[in-house]
Design a protein around this ligand. Structure first.
Ligand code: ADP
Length: 250
């Protein structure tokens, strides 16, 4: 969990079950998804999720750089997750750190299990995720943005990949942690779901919870992913049902 800026522990859960921002335990932060937010990428999406703002751009299938990563039987999916220097309270050191490398890797692996990569041998599908403003759950917001961007680029996939983090806060299992809950909570568990099959293709966990709590957390996360999935499909529908005039004006 990001523990940057940690001071004294705020009250995370009131006796009547309200969270630090007034949400209930099973409530998502407001989520807004715009498919096709950039002109020059093959596919793109912008996601505002609580105070997170994340842009994703997809290029490809295209020539592989660096060349030695090329695979003869499939496309290689390359992902770069980056947090802007101005995305957090105290300026983040620019550039790829270990955390960004880890997140880039787990996101690429998640997409590897849904993209029909065998259809594009010896090519690269490049996914760029830029976190402009961070408030916990950025790997999930990044995955959602990238997934919509891949669909916008016309990359064939088994399904979209909705994602959300669940966790344990004030002794309770809650959906979609915000920054204070991530910093001061007991556990953080980001996940990504293939809605069609119910398969989880990303599952990480930091902190502690019991086996029984883990079961409830997974159930809550799967439901959260299904809600996000509806928003992702709606964003794509909105993009592709625009009139030609509205499209030209974008
Ligand atoms: P995620 O964003 O997927 O929840 P983490 O749990 O690692 O990933 O981070 C939680 C939050 O901590 C981030 O969303 C961000 O708000 C903050 N954070 C992470 N890394 C840094 C950093 N280097 N500097 C400042 N804040 C950070």
């Amino acid at each position: 969990m990001g523990n940057v800026g940690a001071k004294e522990t705020p009250i995370l859960l009131t006796p009547d079950g309200r969270r630090i921002d007034g949400r209930l335990k099973n409530e998502l932060r407001p989520v807004r998804i715009q498919a096709g937010a950039l002109r020059h990428a093959d596919g793109s999406a912008f996601v505002e999720w609580g105070h997170n703002k994340v842009m994703a751009a997809v290029y490809g299938p295209r020539e592989v750089h660096p060349r030695h990563l090329q695979q003869n039987h499939k496309a290689v999916i390359q992902c770069r997750y980056n947090m802007a220097a101005f995305s957090v309270d105290e300026r983040k050191r620019p550039g790829l750190d270990r955390r960004s490398q880890e997140i880039s890797k787990v996101i690429a692996e998640a997409f590897d299990s849904v993209v029909f990569a065998e259809e594009f041998p010896r090519t690269s599908i490049d996914v760029y995720i830029e976190v402009l403003q961070a408030n916990a759950g950025t790997r999930c917001a990044g995955l959602v943005a990238a997934s919509v961007a891949l669909a916008d680029a016309g990359i064939p996939m088994v399904d979209l990949l909705p994602a959300v983090a669940v966790g344990k806060v004030g002794g309770e299992i809650v959906l979609d942690l915000k920054k204070e809950e991530d910093n001061f909570g007991e556990a953080d568990l980001p996940m990504a779901l293939v809605p069609q099959s119910g398969r989880l293709v990303l599952l990480q966990m930091e902190g502690h919870m019991t086996e029984e709590e883990l079961g409830r957390a997974l159930d809550l996360g799967v439901q959260g992913c299904r809600d996000i999935y509806e928003k992702m499909k709606a964003a794509l529908r909105e993009r592709y049902t625009l009139t030609p005039i509205a499209e030209a004006a974008r």
